[in-house]
Design a protein around this ligand. Structure first.
Ligand code: PLP
Length: 397
C-alpha cells in the first residue's frame, strides 16, 4: 500500500487530507519544504506559525540533539535545567512573573481557564467563574478550550459545551462591558485573531478591556499562541498596544517545532495555582525546553525583530498592491497577514500549492500568510508572483 492509502486506512480522518492534491512532506530546510517526489515548496505557512525560524534551524537542531543525548524526560517530580532556564528567559523578556509549561496551545489555555476560575472564586466569590471571550475567536480543541472558542462550527456535535463562557463581539468594547457581572472572573482574547481571519484588535479595544478588568478585579488573559514569539515584529503582540495581560498563553512557535505550551502569569495571578492543583506529565520536558531556549536566543539576537518588522512592512505593501487589483483588504501585523479577496480563496490556495507555495485559506476567501520570520524580500517577491498568477487564473475562471 502506498503511504497515502495507509493514512486513509490507519488514521482517523480529522484532517481531510486529499490523496491527490495534499503533498507528503519529507524534508524541510529554511523557508522550503520538499515532498516525496522531490518537489520543493516555499513555505508561507510555517507549519501553522510553528516553524518561525524556518525548518531545521541549525541552533534548534543542535539544542535538541544535544539535550536528547543527555536527558529526555524525568517528569515534573524533579527539577530539570532546560525548563528552569527557559522559564527565566520568558519571564525576563515578558511582563510575566512566572510560567507553567504544557504541551500545546489548548493546554496553555486550559491552564489559564482553570487559573481564572480559581482566581474568581478567591477574589469575587464562589459563583464567579464566567470568562468572556470573543466571537470568531479560536482557543483550541479540548472541551474547555473549544467552549471558549466563539465559533459555533467548532462546537457542533460536542454539546453540551463546558459552561461559563460568554461571547462578546471582537473590537466592540461595549459588547464586552455589557457581559460583565458578578459571575465574571476573566476576559480572554487573542490580540490578533488568527484562525478567525487575521483581525488585529484595535488599541482602543485592548486598552478598554484592560481598564474593564482593572475596575472589576477580573483577569485579562491574552492568547498569543499564534501571534506571540516574534510573529508580529515584537516578541509579544501585547507590546504593540501598551497593554499588559495578567495571564499570557503561548505555544506554536515557542518550541521551535516541538510541542510546547506556556501559560505565563503576573502579579497575584502567580499565586493561584498551588501544589496539586494543576500538572502535566510532559510539560516542560527537557528536550522541548532546550529547543525553546534556542528559539528565544535567536529571537533576541539584535536586529532580528527589526527584520521581522521591515520584511513584514514590505510584504504588506506588496499585498496592498495586489489588493488594489484583486482584493478587498489586507490585514495583520508583522508577518501575520491576510489578504481577503473577492473570489474563491480555496481555488487560489490550491493553485499556489500546485505552483510551489504553501499558504492557507480561511473562510473561503481569506488568504492567510504566516511565513518563517527569516524570509527576505526575495522570498516575498517569489511568493507574490505565484499569488498574483493564482489570482489571475482564478478570475479568468
Ligand atoms: C492554534 C491556536 C490554539 C490551539 O493550539 P494547539 O496547539 O493546536 O492546541 C489556541 N489559540 C490560538 C490563538 C491558536 O492560534
Amino acid at each position: 500500500m502506498d503511504m497515502k492509502d495507509k493514512e486513509r486506512e490507519y488514521i482517523i480522518n480529522t484532517y481531510g487530507r486529499d490523496p491527490v492534491s495534499t503533498p507528503l512532506i519529507t524534508a524541510g530546510e529554511g523557508v522550503y519544504v520538499w515532498d516525496d517526489a522531490g518537489r520543493g515548496y516555499l513555505d508561507f505557512l510555517s507549519g501553522l506559525a510553528v516553524n518561525s525560524l524556518g525548518h531545521c534551524h541549525p541552533e534548534v537542531v543542535d539544542a535538541i540533539q544535544t539535550q536528547a543525548a543527555k536527558l529526555m524526560h524525568t517528569s515534573n517530580l524533579y527539577y530539570t535545567e532546560p525548563q528552569i532556564r527557559l522559564a527565566e528567559q520568558l519571564v525576563t523578556h515578558s511582563a510575566m512573573d512566572e510560567v507553567f509549561f504544557g504541551n500545546s496551545g489548548a493546554e496553555a489555555n486550559e491552564a489559564a481557564i482553570k487559573l481564572a476560575r480559581k482566581y474568581g472564586k478567591a477574589h469575587r466569590g464562589p459563583d464567579a467563574y464566567e470568562i468572556i471571550t470573543a466571537e470568531q475567536s479560536f482557543h483550541g480543541r479540548t472541551l474547555a478550550a473549544v467552549s471558549a472558542t466563539g465559533q459555533p462550527k467548532y462546537h457542533q456535535g460536542f454539546e453540551p459545551r463546558v459552561g461559563g463562557f460568554r461571547y462578546g463581539i471582537f473590537n466592540q468594547l461595549d459588547s464586552f462591558a455589557e457581559l460583565v457581572n458578578e459571575a465574571t472572573c476573566a476576559i480572554m482574547v487573542e490580540p490578533i485573531q488568527g484562525e478567525g481571519g487575521v483581525y488585529p484588535a484595535s488599541r482602543e479595544f485592548l486598552t478598554g478591556l484592560r481598564r474593564l478588568c482593572d475596575e472589576n478585579d477580573l483577569l485579562l488573559i491574552l492568547d498569543e499562541v499564534q501571534c506571540g514569539m516574534g510573529r508580529t515584529g515584537a516578541l509579544f503582540a501585547y507590546e504593540h498596544y501598551g497593554v499588559v495581560p495578567d495571564v499570557l498563553t503561548l505555544a506554536k512557535a515557542v518550541g521551535g517545532g516541538l510541542p510546547l505550551g506556556v501559560m505565563g502569569a503576573r502579579g497575584e495571578a502567580t499565586e493561584v495555582l498551588t501544589p496539586g492543583t494543576h500538572a502535566s506529565t510532559f510539560g516542560g520536558n527537557p528536550v522541548t525546553c532546550a529547543a525553546g531556549e534556542a528559539v528565544m536566543k535567536v529571537l533576541l539576537t539584535p536586529g532580528f525583530l527589526e527584520h521581522v518588522q521591515q520584511v513584514g512592512q514590505y510584504f504588506t505593501e506588496r499585498l496592498s498592491t495586489l489588493a488594489q487589483r484583486w482584493g478587498k483588504e489586507v490585514r495583520g501585523l508583522g508577518l501575520m497577514v491576510a489578504l481577503e479577496i473577492e473570489g474563491d480563496g480555496d481555488a487560489v490556495a490550491r493553485y499556489c500549492l500546485e505552483n510551489g507555495l504553501l499558504l492557507n485559506c480561511i473562510g473561503g476567501n481569506i488568504l492567510r500568510f504566516l511565513p518563517p520570520l527569516i524570509i527576505g524580500e526575495e522570498h516575498v517577491d517569489a511568493a507574490m508572483n505565484i499569488v498574483s498568477s493564482a489570482l489571475s487564473a482564478e478570475s479568468s475562471g
